[in-house]
Design a protein around this ligand. Structure first.
Ligand SMILES: CC(C)(COP(=O)(O)OP(=O)(O)OC[C@H]1O[C@@H](n2cnc3c(N)ncnc32)[C@H](O)[C@@H]1OP(=O)(O)O)[C@@H](O)C(=O)NCCC(=O)NCCS
Length: 192
């Protein structure tokens, strides 16, 4: 199994596998912010124990699959700006998403992070990369369109949005990008 690099650099961001010591920054920057999490499918972290549980989940994903969650840091200030990652359903099928601290919105960071996931995924054998977003979430849909994703359809009652008041029907847009197969590896000496 090819494993993803734990650190990736883009023009303005560093993407890095989460570590235990990131808990407080994740909690403070976005995971406890109800406004940021309005349209995500996981509940607001009401205590840092939730953030530790996320970090355990992240380690499990990285142990089981070629990649998992990444944190996003600005290269300029080394500040934590958010998170992204690949969530595998199968070796060739994964979903992606992004969440940014409020002060990092509107600067193209989600588009830049998505581009990094699109570049990474085929190197790990992913052919179908998809993303789900709430039907009313225009900024997220726009990021996916800018990232070359195609709207495949609307999935009715697909998932719960635990931070929406009042409770919501859970309709999502499904966007997909089918990726080219990774180029064949050079044969190892034992295969020649
Ligand atoms: C959604 C989110 C990731 C977008 O991140 P971002 O870095 O601000 O996004 P970008 O700057 O890369 O692009 C946003 C695009 O949406 C557009 N946009 C913003 N508000 C919009 C609206 N109400 N309607 C339509 N388009 C909108 C912007 O103009 C921009 O498009 P443009 O470059 O063509 O002008 C960020 O707001 C966020 O983290 N929100 C909270 C968490 C979340 O909802 N995550 C997604 C769950 S599916």
């Amino acid at each position: 199994m090819t494993t993803a690099p734990e650190r990736i650099e883009t023009a303005r961001l560093v993407l890095r596998r989460p570590r235990r010591e990131d808990a407080e920054a994740i909690f403070a920057r976005y995971a406890s912010d109800r406004e940021v999490l309005r349209y995500v499918s996981w509940p607001v972290h009401t205590s840092i124990a939730w953030t530790h549980a996320f970090l355990s989940f992240s380690d499990e994903q990285w142990a089981r699959w070629p990649a998992g969650p990444y944190l996003l840091f600005s290269r300029a200030g080394e500040t934590l700006v958010g998170g992204t990652g690949l969530a595998f359903d199968a070796p060739e099928r994964a979903s992606t998403g992004y969440v940014l601290a409020k002060d990092a919105w509107g600067q193209g960071y989600a588009t830049e992070a998505l581009g990094a996931m699109v570049d990474l995924a085929p190197t790990l054998g992913v052919r179908r990369l998809y993303a789900l977003c709430h039907v009313d979430h225009r900024p997220s849909a726009r990021v996916l369109e800018k990232g070359g994703f195609t709207l495949e359809g609307i999935l009715r009652g697909y998932c719960e949005f635990p931070n929406l008041e009042p409770p919501d029907p859970g309709d999502v847009r499904c966007y997909v990008r089918v990726l080219p197969p990774a180029p064949p590896q050079d044969p190892t000496p034992s295969q020649v």
